[in-house]
Design a protein around this ligand. Structure first.
Ligand SMILES: NC(=O)c1ccc[n+]([C@@H]2O[C@H](COP(=O)([O-])OP(=O)(O)OC[C@H]3O[C@@H](n4cnc5c(N)ncnc54)[C@H](O)[C@@H]3O)[C@@H](O)[C@H]2O)c1
Length: 252
């Protein structure tokens, strides 16, 4: 078991990728704090995790609210006394398919709040717990659009910001035995995506990407979970400040 007796926080744990990460960590022996804004989705993840023999707790938090992030970490400290792993997954594109002259201030701000500022504040709270322990693994969810993506201006800026922040934090926390890395998936098939696009548009997008990606398919949540597990485990003990592209070779 690669995470035996580790305490791990997973945000966005009701979602396609977050639930796969929570289940995989629990399967490797971690006690998982399952967190999201979606109460029923989170409860489903926890139920599945427990049915598979894992253990954890559910703590709801809106990551766009600083006080809720703070309360989440206070709860973890009181309940668990320490925190070994954080995977900041909660996120999403609040301004999809907008041309440059259509950028909307509120949607742009929503993208920065949900994807970037939430990650920075969560990492601040994580560092406060992890520094005295002299141990910690932080994994932040970027996206392959960190390289740039037409019509995803504010989302790609937020995900690129996560990479820059990850590198800065890795420089600062290394001496405390804390690693900080990020994940950059290309298109991942998750139920929310399929529901938002509708099955026909989703199938067109999936086929178009599969043709472009050298490995000939889009990613699954398990592809991402395996990479999160690697970076959260001591297999990646000497890796920090990196971005791991989970892209099937896209954009090489
Ligand atoms: N699916 C993809 O193709 C893809 C590719 C690259 C990166 N990502 C990133 O992966 C992460 C997970 O996305 P997903 O594909 O699993 O989608 P998803 O919609 O299934 O999951 C996102 C989760 O974040 C939660 N969330 C949203 N707003 C929140 C808030 N304010 N506070 C707390 N939780 C909140 C949602 O409830 C949901 O459970 C996101 O950060 C996304 O940007 C996804």
């Amino acid at each position: 078991m690669r995470l035996f007796e580790k305490i791990a926080l997973v945000t966005g744990a009701a979602g396609g990728i977050g639930s796969a990460v929570a289940l995989s960590f629990a399967g490797e022996g971690a006690f998982v704090i399952v967190s999201d804004i979606n109460a029923s989705g989170c409860a489903e993840t926890l139920e599945l995790l427990e049915r598979n023999g894992g253990s954890g707790i559910l703590v709801l938090a809106d990551v766009t609210k600083e006080e809720e992030i703070r309360a989440l970490y206070c709860h973890i400290q009181e309940r668990c006394g320490r925190l070994d792993i954080v995977v900041n997954i909660a996120g999403g594109d609040c301004e999809p398919a907008a041309d440059i002259d259509e950028i909307d201030y509120l949607k742009m701000s929503a993208n920065l709040d949900l994807n970037l500022k939430s990650c920075i504040i969560s990492c601040r709270e994580a560092a406060r717990l992890m520094k005295p322990q002299g141990y910690g693994k932080i994994v932040n969810m970027s996206s392959l659009v960190y390289r740039g993506s037409p019509n995803q201006f504010s989302y790609s800026a937020a995900k690129g910001g996560i990479y820059a922040f990850t590198r800065s934090l890795a420089l600062s926390l290394g001496r405390y035995g804390i690693t900080v890395n990020s994940l950059a998936p290309a298109l991942v098939e998750v139920p929310a995506f399929v529901a938002a696009l509708g099955i026909e548009r989703w199938e067109m997008l999936r086929k178009e990407c599969a043709q472009r990606y050298p490995l000939g398919r889009v990613a699954t949540p398990d592809d991402v979970a395996r990479c999160a597990l690697f970076l959260a485990s001591d297999d990646a003990a000497f890796i920090t400040g990196q971005i791991l592209e989970i892209s099937g070779g896209a954009r090489l």
